[in-house]
Write a protein of this length. Structure first.
Length: 605
């Protein structure tokens, strides 16, 4: 193995061992003590049994009881301590494993959320590494860091137990030590190597497992469940799920079959070690060349040595957890490679002047150009509408404005300062966005709006602006009503009601300091009357807040200060509604088509 690989393996083991600190010193010290006691108990039992048999064998009559009294007392003490240690082991192991895993998941969450953009998180490589860093044992050979740290503690205890067994063997029959040690270690090494081969085979199945995970979630999801039942997709979905599981598991099943067929090698190793030792010691005892005490001690200590070294299970758990350590380091390095430097964005009293300067963009992993040399100005305090056909790049423009992606070329500035990673937090304090695919949290209505300490006055005013107050008045517990049927006392909202709540979320941010309000199809689920009222109230915010509105319903953007038409990744028309209609270009054509369609629908009614 190359020196760098050896160094990396040792470093990862050290990191795994250091992770036990998250469990706390009392838990680690207690577990180490009970594990050591459990590990040396078989060797102590062998030694005490040897003492007992030896004393009883050399005594006669009433002296048998006196000779056996001390060994029996020691034997009982060893059994009692072993029982107490076994009883304490499970809860201590649980505490260590879950505290260490909790600390690891916290690190992963902070790492995933630390980046200012979401582009890196969409990378398949990053997703695979994040999954590996968690170490989900339900999918393949990976083990959590907590499981690996626990296995390291157990392995150290087993090695101590093996040393104790060797000491007992050396005391009675030294020549059995190398024989049993080599064969026991051979059994452990074989189990470890075959298990590692299976682990390597499984990791080739990660891609199929990711697909299977998607279908597993769909099976139990209420959202996908509607389509599955309405369109009769249940059998099709199960077949897809089964296909991915079969493809993922086929290599592992084949490898497992080979492992089981090779267990005769383990049997030979056990027989090659224990057989000669047991036979030789038994023959010596029968012919008087050694005592029954020696025979008893060798039998017990030899078996204890195989228990300590023969399984290789701890090595496999450590190997699986080391993969989690490696994945965490790799994904940390990948995410850290994203540039994090740039000037701060000072907050001003007035809404910012935002400029897109020759901005080009394509999504990571795709060469299709979404924005191509786009120039756009968002003026302080104006209501700007962005319109265009599906796929024109409107939502992408919003994601760039929010700093969720970086332009592939060109730059975006706010008051002349480029929007960069270091300024993202300060910039987002001045900005609030309603995305088309907004998130519905299974929290209370108030928490869905604020997600932070509540300003009740601003909350009520935002609800009025969004038209959410009538909905709120019908909720059983008002703002404290959980918005999920799965929660006690919870209810669900209709699509339009959810959209009003999300508008409340954005307008609450405006009421508490946001200077730029961005809305992507904010009223798609609202009826015409509610939509008109919402836009009237939104228009009232312009001046003290800049408003960027994306909508397919061109009738709703007529009152905008300026309308821009996005096509081919560029702004091709800009002006007021009247100016663009007089121009007779793309916007006028789209507006005319929509107007005729609505007129025809009205006549049909």
């Amino acid at each position: 193995m190359p020196t760098s690989s050896v160094h990396g393996a040792l470093r990862h083991r050290l990191l795994l061992l250091r992770s036990v600190r998250a469990a706390g010193t009392p838990v680690v010290a207690s577990l180490a003590a009970v594990r050591l006691l459990t590990a040396v108990a078989p060797a102590l039992t062998a030694a005490v049994l040897g003492m007992l048999v030896g004393r009883v064998d050399g005594a006669s009559g009433s002296g048998v009881f006196r000779a056996a009294l001390l060994p029996l007392a020691l034997f009982g003490a060893v059994l009692l301590l072993g029982y107490l240690a076994q009883s304490a082991t499970a809860p201590l192991e649980y505490l260590l494993r879950w505290r260490v895993d909790g600390a690891q998941r916290t690190r992963i969450a902070r790492l995933a959320l630390a980046g200012p953009t979401v582009g890196a998180l969409e990378s398949p490589e990053v997703q695979t590494l994040l999954r590996g860093a968690v170490g989900d044992p339900d999918h393949g050979p990976d083990r959590t860091v907590g499981t690996g740290a626990l296995a390291l503690v157990q392995q150290l205890a087993q090695l101590t137990g093996a040393a104790a067994a060797c000491a007992v063997l050396a005391r009675y029959a030294w020549w059995t030590v190398p024989l049993l040690l080599m064969t026991a270690a051979g059994c452990g090494a074989r189990h470890y190597l075959t298990g590692r081969t299976a682990n390597g085979t499984w990791r080739f199945a990660d891609r199929e497992e990711l697909h299977a995970d998607m279908w597993r979630r769909a099976v139990v999801s209420p959202s996908e469940g509607k389509d599955i039942r309405v369109f009769g997709l249940a059998d099709w979905l199960v077949r897809r799920l089964r296909h991915h599981i079969d493809v993922a598991n086929a290599p592992l099943w084949s490898c497992t079959d080979r492992m089981l067929r090779g267990e005769w090698i383990t049997l030979l190793l056990v027989c090659a070690g224990l057989g000669p030792a047991y036979v030789a010691v038994t023959l010596d005892a029968v012919h008087g060349r050694t005592s029954v005490a020696v025979q008893t001690a060798v039998l017990a200590a030899g078996y204890a040595l195989y228990q300590a070294l023969g399984s290789g299970s701890q090595l496999l758990r450590i190997s699986g957890a080391l993969n989690a350590v490696r994945c965490f380091e790799e994904v940390r390095d990948l995410l850290a490679s994203v540039p994090q430097t740039g000037p701060d964005l000072p907050r001003t009293a007035e809404p910012p002047l935002v400029r897109f300067e020759r901005v080009g963009f394509h999504y990571p992993g795709s060469e299709r150009t979404v924005l191509d040399g786009l120039d756009l100005e968002i003026r302080p305090g104006e209501l700007l509408a962005v319109v265009g056909l599906n796929g024109a790049g409107k939502s992408t423009l919003i994601k760039l404005l929010a700093g969720l992606y970086r332009p592939s070329s060109g730059r975006i500035t706010a008051d002349g300062v480029p929007l960069t990673a270091s300024g993202s937090a300060a910039w987002r304090e001045r900005l609030t966005v309603v995305f088309q695919d907004f998130v519905r949290y299974q929290l209370s209505a108030a928490e869905n709006v604020t997600l932070r300490p509540v300003d009740r006055a601003a909350l009520g005013a935002a609800a009025d602006d969004a038209g959410f107050t009538p909905v709120l008045e019908r909720l059983p517990a008002g703002w404290d009503t959980p918005l999920a049927r799965a929660r006690s006392g919870g209810v669900d909202l209709s699509g339009g009601q959810w959209q009003q709540l999300v508008l409340t979320r954005a307008l609450y941010a405006v009421r508490t300091g946001a200077q730029l309000l961005v809305l992507d199809e904010p009223t798609a689920h609202l009826d015409v009357r509610t939509e008109f009222e919402v836009f009237r109230r939104l228009a009232e915010h312009r001046g003290r807040t800049s408003v960027v509105l994306i909508s397919h319903r061109l009738s709703t953007v007529r009152q905008a200060d300026r309308i821009v038409l996005l096509d081919g990744g560029r702004i091709i028309e800009s002006g007021t509604h009247d100016q663009l209609m007089a121009l007779g270009g793309g916007y006028a054509g789209l507006f005319t088509v929509q107007a005729e369609r609505f007129a025809a629908a009205g006549a049909a009614e």
